[in-house]
Design a protein around this ligand. Structure first.
Ligand code: ADP
Ligand code: MG
Length: 331
């Protein structure tokens, strides 16, 4: 009798593990379109997991938003040049990691780019080029070296009045990493967190196949130029085709070169593969600013990190370990 019960339990377990399905939900967060794909046994279970992941990402949005006047990030900005602000360890650590990426990229990535938000607006409200004078004045406030951290007190101080920090180039990646972590801790065996193109994946599809990601052709948005399998890694694409402003017939992207205060140019899309989405997000933005040669050189020095760059002439450049179908270039 006992062995029958064990056998029945075994059968239930087998059928349960085989009845795993893929569930997906789209939603808006951080002013963008996100989606979560995950593997679960049924719809109710999947909905609970997805709600938990959304909750986690909303929590992060509250912490890092520069729009929310009451966020810790806004408090840091309001106190620029005035006082050091005590923040949660989580925000402190994110700022510390952002500064590490600034060092790694010789300042191409810089969360203090945010004082330029007053000059370059990508919400459709800009009508004319800002003056050289305005740009020079604003860019003087950009400089990660003027962020003063005190680890013991967990405080952040922006040295100059007028300085600002913003997590536009790293926050979505961070949120994707945290949502993945949360779902993994709850036992979700596989999934994709897609924070508006910033993706982190884990596990495999129930049929044993790897997740695949489609990389869009920035020259023709509806076309996919490469489909790549992705195993327990993050992939992020920064493109100039979603957020930009057109002035005097010229396109200016939302990625600012912190050295000049002008939008960076020459590249239309950068895709970075890395162990985590935060790293991939920050590096995709950095490569945009660093340009093809320096960008690829820097990526080649990082273990487990790869990139694909498409420049404004439609040419594709890749780091050493990327193998893509080069058909695209022949078209
Ligand atoms: P997306 O918004 O498509 O995810 P990115 O990850 O490249 O694109 O982030 C671009 C955003 O990062 C900009 O909208 C701005 O908020 C911010 N940003 C712009 N230039 C820089 C920079 N040099 N370093 C850090 N953040 C930047
Ligand atoms: Mg980025």
């Amino acid at each position: 009798m006992k062995s029958v019960t064990v056998f029945v339990a075994f059968l239930c377990w087998v059928s349960q593990s085989y009845s795993q399905e893929i569930f997906k939900k789209n939603f808006s967060l951080m002013g963008s379109q996100f989606d979560i794909t995950l593997v679960a046994s049924n719809e109710i279970e999947a909905a609970q997991f997805i709600e938990a992941a959304i909750g986690e990402m909303k929590r992060i949005e509250k912490l890092i938003s520069s729009w929310d006047n009451n966020s810790q990030t806004s408090l840091i900005n309001k106190n620029a040049g005035v006082a050091a602000v005590k923040v949660s360890r989580e925000l402190y650590d994110l700022i510390e990691r952002s500064i590490a990426i600034s060092r790694l990229t010789d300042g191409a990535f810089d969360i203090t780019y945010a004082s330029m938000d007053a000059i370059w607006k990508f919400d459709g409200s800009m009508r004319e080029m800002p003056s050289e004078k305005e740009i020079v004045k604003s860019v003087a406030y950009v400089g990660y070296k003027n962020i003063v951290l005190d680890s013991n007190l967990s405080t952040v101080f922006l040295k100059q009045q007028g300085m600002k920090i913003g997590f536009g180039a790293i926050g979505k990646g961070y949120a994707a990493d945290k949502a993945k972590k949360l779902l993994q801790s709850r036992g979700v065996i596989a999934g994709i967190i897609n924070a508006s193109g910033d993706m982190n994946t884990w596990g495999k599809k129930p049929n044993g196949e790897d997740w695949t990601v489609a990389i869009k052709n920035p020259m023709a948005k509806q076309q996919v130029f490469a489909t790549l399998p992705i195993k327990n890694r993050a992939v992020v694409t920064s493109g100039d085709y979603e957020k930009y402003v057109k002035l005097d017939g010229k396109k200016y992207t939302h990625i600012i070169d912190p050295r000049t205060g002008y939008p960076s140019y020459g590249i239309v899309s950068v895709t970075v593969f890395a162990p985590g989405a935060e790293m991939a997000d920050a590096l995709a933005t950095s490569v945009f600013v660093m340009g093809k040669a320096v960008g690829i050189d820097r990526i080649n020095q990082l273990n487990g990190v790869d990139c694909i760059i498409i420049d404004d002439k439609g040419m594709v450049y890749t780091s050493n370990h990327i193998k893509i179908n080069k058909e695209y270039e022949k078209k």
